[in-house]
Design a protein around this ligand. Sequence first.
Ligand code: HEC
Ligand code: HEC
Ligand code: HEC
Ligand code: HEC
Ligand code: HEC
Ligand code: HEC
Ligand code: HEC
Length: 424
Amino acid sequence: MPGRQLFCGKNRMLAVFLSVSLVAFSRSHSGSSASASTSNRNRTDSTSSQELNDRESFAGDAACGSCHSAIANGYLRTAHHLTSQIPSENSVTGKFAPGSNTLRTYDPNLHFVMTAAKGGYYETAVFWQPPDEQEQTERIDLVIGSGQRGQTYLYWKGDRLFQLPVSFWAPLSEWVNSPGYTDGTADFTRPVVPRCLECHATHFTAIPSPPLNNRYRRDSGVLGISCERCHGPGREHVALVKSRLSNAQSLPSNAAPVMAAPENLKIVNPVNLPRERQIEVCAQCHGGLGEERAPAFSYTPGQPLESFLHLLRPDPSAKVDVHGNQVALLERSRCFQNSSKITCNFCHDVHTTERAAASYSDRCLTCHKPENCGMYPKLGAEIANNCIDCHMPVQDSNAIVSNVGGKQVKMQIRSHWIKIYSAQ
Ligand code: HEC
Ligand code: HEC
Ligand code: HEC
Ligand code: HEC
Ligand code: HEC
Ligand code: HEC
Ligand code: HEC
């Protein structure tokens, strides 16, 4: 979602980034009395030891992969796994070669230069002209975004995490001002709040720190979206399966399946949850920003999401931006409302990379016949090749807008409102 933010015209273009920080900012302001900060400090201590205990019930992706190797190998290439990484030649998609490593701003006295050196990758803001030039340089410490659409970069200052002012936008293959930043400014002070990391990483232990709310235990970060964000803590499952397997070795070879009674496997399989709970596993990150009811990273699949995160249910007539809220859009579809089968994983296999969009037409045809479509008389049988582009078109997001050379470029995201679109 990187891009240059334009504030001319309507203010609808406020990016998720901006709203994340603003929401956190205003909430923490309302509770920052002296007594609140003391009790916050007490809570810090108990929260972090509580969290450490909780983390002990997680096994980590490497453990899961030791038995579920086919799933784990396929998962390594997914956008979920790659959505937050340590900077390296493989993870950073931005360009650092001279000639393509500069971002000019409308202000002739400010430009940015991105450099790669032995110590890592850096963003430098260069103010004024020679001989009066002044610089601020920060190192890229974390990479957010698989890079399909783009990447935003973060840096540590002590135990505080900040966003860097320049992002890389994949469709243009160019550096741009990070979303929400005003062109012609060099702002290195935007805090990265827990909700941002909650959608793009597995875990970070936050240290309550109003008003910025961007302190973390630096050694607590687990990057990428792990198996256990969707399956819940797995340490008990691993122990149980291991003991069943070792017991099985002493059984005759025709013994009943080792893993009979799968409900006792002490791990959440989303397909066994009721539909609403199943969709909540995805909605923790694909249902919009919401309002936090509990600390980030405390939701466990299978429990009601509402106790952890209150998702705003948009008014049926309100426009929902295509960015980051596939849940609200899908729920508006008559297909979803009039059948009980559709969930996110009815179409998506999240263990592997996405297949071509048109190929998902096979999912539509489990309920519809090509002849049911009003366009069938005109298009005939070939209609079956691509229900998607007509009924789930790619649309412009108004939340992520870039201004390039005086032109507006909007991020394009596929709509999950399955319906008849008039402009076809
Ligand atoms: C020691 C081997 C082993 C490890 C380690 C392991 N599993 Fe399993 N898992 C199994 C076996 C065996 C089954 C049952 C047969 C099957 O579904 O493959 C199973 C089943 C499952 C199921 C289906 C459960 C159901 O009720 O349908 C899920 C989900 C799962 N594992 C996830 C995980 C995750 C996530 C991890 C890492 C935290 C993990 N497993 C670690 C061996 C293991
Ligand atoms: C509520 C969950 C949520 C929050 C909060 C959130 N994001 Fe995202 N982000 C997403 C989703 C989902 C996508 C995938 C695109 C889509 O569905 O709109 C995405 C896409 C991105 C991308 C593009 C990745 C790519 O290559 O396609 C970047 C970069 C990004 N987010 C950075 C951030 C940063 C930085 C923050 C916090 C300052 C943040 N996001 C906050 C959910 C979130
Ligand atoms: C984004 C959410 C998500 C992530 C991340 C995820 N899974 Fe799953 N997993 C699911 C869903 C949803 C299902 C049910 C799929 C179905 O049967 O339709 C599932 C099913 C399973 C199953 C049982 C069915 C099967 O296909 O064998 C296993 C085992 C499993 N996952 C292991 C893993 C492992 C190991 C990882 C990490 C490498 C992982 N999952 C990561 C969502 C996820
Ligand atoms: C912990 C947060 C989180 C959870 C849980 C989650 N997602 Fe995502 N998902 C993201 C983010 C962030 C992205 C964008 C990743 C990127 O490109 O950097 C994404 C991207 C995707 C994509 C696009 C993949 C691609 O290759 O472009 C699909 C499809 C998707 N998610 C489906 C699901 C489904 C289905 C579930 C539930 C079973 C789910 N997600 C659960 C955060 C999450
Ligand atoms: C699980 C079954 C199911 C699946 C899968 C499904 N639909 Fe539907 N769809 C329905 C039902 C039920 C209706 C409502 C029919 C009615 O009310 O007469 C519907 C309605 C529609 C409508 C009319 C919507 C409106 O607002 O008038 C369109 C268009 C449509 N589906 C297209 C699709 C496409 C394209 C796909 C695949 C992306 C798809 N459907 C997948 C069951 C399904
Ligand atoms: C009827 C089938 C269907 C269902 C149900 C469905 N999706 Fe999708 N989704 C698609 C198709 C088709 C694409 C485009 C895939 C591609 O471009 O390769 C897509 C793409 C996405 C993307 C990437 C968006 C982009 O513009 O690249 C995300 C994120 C996503 N889906 C999340 C979800 C979530 C979360 C749910 C459940 C609320 C869900 N999907 C339910 C069919 C579906
Ligand atoms: C070229 C674009 C296009 C393609 C491809 C297409 N549709 Fe349609 N579909 C439409 C339009 C336009 C309408 C409305 C037609 C009308 O009102 O007469 C429609 C109507 C429908 C309806 C509603 C019918 C009703 O009476 O309410 C369904 C269901 C449907 N399509 C399903 C599908 C499925 C399934 C596929 C893939 C096999 C598909 N469509 C492919 C454009 C398309």
